[in-house]
Structure formats: structure tokens, C-alpha cells
Design a protein. Structure first.
Length: 94
């Protein structure tokens, strides 16, 4: 099983507003405010794509899954106001 997450760093004082906006984006299935390096983690609806972990490692994580993400969701997140940085991460279950 594979999950997709976007880790966001947000301008101070804007975390709650950005979290509310994220919840309105099609393809975003969850939003969590977090402590540490990032301010928000958004989970994307990835459709339950199953990926062979060995294949992923062999290809050094340079696989096509991003092409299978809801591109409109990714683009909408990247264009939000008050977002200083966004990092897309894929989590693979062995």
C-alpha cells in the first residue's frame, strides 16, 4: 500500500487558515497540524496504489507515482498563499 503526504511549512500566524483551505481541496483526504520541522501534513487520496517495495528501492524512488496523484490537488497545494515550502512524500508499506 502507498500513501502520499505533503509536508508544509507555513508563515507564522497562518497555520489555521492554510489548514482550512487544504480541507477544501479535492483529493486531500486528511490534514494534521504537527510539531517539529513542518507545520502541517496533508494526506492525499492516492487510490490505494500498491507498489512493490523492491521495485521502488531499485528505481531509487524515481517512480511514476507522482503522475498518478491527483495533479489538481498537488498544484492547488503548491499555489496556496502563506505556504513557504511544500514537500511531497510517498510512504510505501513493505
Amino acid at each position: 500500500m502507498t500513501d502520499a503526504f505533503v509536508h508544509l511549512v507555513v508563515e507564522p500566524g497562518e497555520i489555521t487558515a492554510v489548514a482550512r483551505e487544504l480541507r477544501t481541496i479535492d483529493g486531500v483526504s486528511g490534514v494534521a497540524l504537527v510539531t517539529g520541522e513542518f507545520d502541517i501534513i496533508a494526506q492525499l487520496d492516492y487510490g490505494g496504489l500498491s507498489v512493490d517495495t523492491h521495485q521502488v528501492l531499485q528505481e531509487e524512488l524515481d517512480v511514476e507515482p507522482r503522475e498518478k496523484l491527483p495533479e489538481q490537488s498537488v498544484a492547488a497545494i503548491e499555489e496556496l498563499d502563506h505556504v513557504e515550502s511544500a514537500a511531497l512524500n510517498l510512504a510505501y508499506e513493505p
